[in-house]
Ligand binder design. Sequence first.
Ligand SMILES: [Zn+2]
Ligand SMILES: [Zn+2]
Length: 160
Amino acid sequence: MPNNLKIVCPCGHKVQDPPLLYQACCERFHSNALKANSPEQLMRSRYAAFVLHLYDYLIATHHPEFLQGLTANTLAQSPETHWLSLEVMSSSSTDLDGKVEFQAWYKDDSGINAIHEISDFQCIGGQWLYTQGEQFDAIFPKRNQTCLCGSGKKFKQCCL
Ligand SMILES: [Zn+2]
Ligand SMILES: [Zn+2]
């Protein structure tokens, strides 16, 4: 587990300003103290787990029938991604399944880009699990909108 719990949660969940600390947000799910109560909460905790390299959590929250051989080891060996932020665009659910549309922003040598996905989730025995997702092209902010890297600057003055 990360030893510095005084960080702002990587998932960026904001009930009010300032955003929640990791301890008050996804750490509760990562440590199994609480179960995510919605697909969006699970999705946020999975994004935070990617940022914090909590690969066992990613496997534990991935529906076993959809893993297709994925293991914590293969996740750990994939190239390091420099994650910037998570943008949840919409989410919906019933008691048994749900969807979350999000963009997970990252930076690489060619600039910023996002995984834009509509993910499907199922609730099995009170535990939300990721099943699969459909990916789309990233939708970038407008020039005058706030940059997604968290700098607080306008996109055109920052990562554009
Ligand atoms: Zn969080
Ligand atoms: Zn930026």
